[in-house]
Write a protein that binds this ligand. Structure first.
Ligand code: ZN
Length: 406
């Protein structure tokens, strides 16, 4: 499906060090070789809240760094435009689910454009790729590792090498989280509680698609497997370089995507798993059920500068949760003004070392906390009259690497 406009990326004369990102399962730093990146996208019914913005900004920074370092970037992102929560919301609001999805995807595109997030190379709708997804389900069924219960197809997790042995949680925790996040560990007839649904037979009053295994729709994980492998698989030791999304996808979604992909290809799915932290509000978890979501479009409508929004979200490490507050936004607005004021001076403190240090901090698992403290020190030096820097050059680097249009 159509994505959104690509913001201008200024050229750089600086050489960047290799990028290392921390794998969220092993905790180890992994050097990134190229940019085969799959980022799990939105289910279009509550776009775009600050949690979404924080996640997609993290992957925007990764893409920006790799592009600036001269690496080839190939990024796919899906839109889960058929899913239980979307159907439930459409029924609640008495609208067609297709119309709800379309309007929310457009809102998401507008918000990403306003935030100057780089568009993915492949922006992939599930319903537009249904035939492709069904062909991957056929591949999985051909491995002999699936079984069916009343027309619903499941993958037997015990038949995928290492899948049960390497769970990132204890068995008990895994069952609990699996259930909490859409799984059905207690369904009678399942061989293993953690077997994942691959194909769901059409339910009354729900949409369905024709397939060799009856009318229905795919399970969530296999959609991402099909979209990622078809657009990015480099057929080496890993299918893709980075699998990313919010930390709520760490288990079961990303783990099970890896298991299903391995069942099909026989190879490890992703070299590294990168998970962005969650955003809370005034001491509480931000969630649909609490009704305390903060939307990017509301903030922008109220005159918030998208650069200030970027700074507020990038001032903490991407993997950490952030408690959002008006104060955080005000602090970022103040810092933005200060930075602009310094950059508009005729004489500024030295910038060459600053730019190198910023690149080095970003190369170490996107250490944006250090980046902003380096910028603060540079402002102090500039305000105290230090000279020798090039404000234009710094401005272009902050645009290229951090997406700040100053
Ligand atoms: Zn996904």
């Amino acid at each position: 499906m159509e994505s959104w406009a690509q913001p201008y990326l200024p050229p750089t004369k600086f050489r960047l060090p290799p990028l290392e990102l921390r794998d969220s399962y092993s905790g180890k730093l992994v050097q990134i070789r190229d940019g085969g990146i799959y980022v799990c996208g939105i289910t279009p019914y509550d776009a775009t809240h600050l949690g979404h913005a924080a996640t997609y900004l993290s992957f925007d920074l990764i893409s920006r760094f790799l592009i600036a370092a001269g690496r080839k970037v190939n990024r796919s992102q899906n839109v889960t435009d058929i899913d239980d929560p979307l159907l439930e919301r459409a029924t609640r609001d008495s609208v067609k689910w297709q119309e709800l999805a379309e309007s929310q995807v457009q809102l998401y595109r507008d918000d990403m454009t306003a935030l100057r997030v780089l568009p993915p190379d492949h922006f992939l709708s599930v319903i537009e790729n249904m035939e492709l997804i069904i062909s991957y389900i056929e591949k999985l069924i051909l491995t002999g590792k699936t079984y069916s219960i009343d027309g619903d197809v499941y993958l037997d997790i015990s038949l995928v090498e290492g899948a049960l042995e390497n769970l990132p949680l204890s068995n008990e925790e895994a069952n609990r989280v699996f259930k909490e996040r859409g799984g059905d560990p207690d369904r009678p007839g399942k061989r293993n509680p953690l077997d994942t649904l691959i194909w769901m037979k059409r339910r009354p009053d729900e949409p369905g698609w024709n397939s060799p295994f009856g009318e229905g729709r795919p399970g969530w994980h296999i959609e991402c497997v099909a979209l990622a492998l078809s657009s990015l698989d480099k057929k080496s030791d890993f299918s893709i370089e980075i699998q990313g999304g919010g930390s709520d996808l760490r288990f079961p979604h990303h783990y099970m995507t890896g298991v299903q992909a391995k069942a099909i290809t026989g190879r490890t799915f992703s070299s590294v798993y990168v998970h962005a932290g969650m955003i809370g509000l005034d001491g509480e978890k931000m969630s649909k059920s609490r009704g305390n979501l903060v939307f990017v479009s509301d903030l922008l409508k109220n005159g918030v500068d998208s650069n200030a929004l970027r700074i507020a979200l990038l001032k903490r490490h991407y993997s950490e949760d952030l408690m959002w507050s008006d104060e955080k936004l005000t602090d970022s607005e103040k810092f933005l003004e200060r930075l602009k004021e310094c950059l508009s001076r005729q004489e500024v403190a030295s910038t060459d070392d600053l730019i190198k240090n910023i690149s080095q901090a970003l190369a170490k698992d996107l250490d944006t906390v250090s980046v902003f403290s380096l910028l603060e020190s540079w402002c102090v030096a500039t305000e105290s009259g230090e000279k020798g820097g090039n404000a234009g050059e710094l401005s272009r680097e902050l645009d290229l690497l951090l997406g700040l249009a100053l």
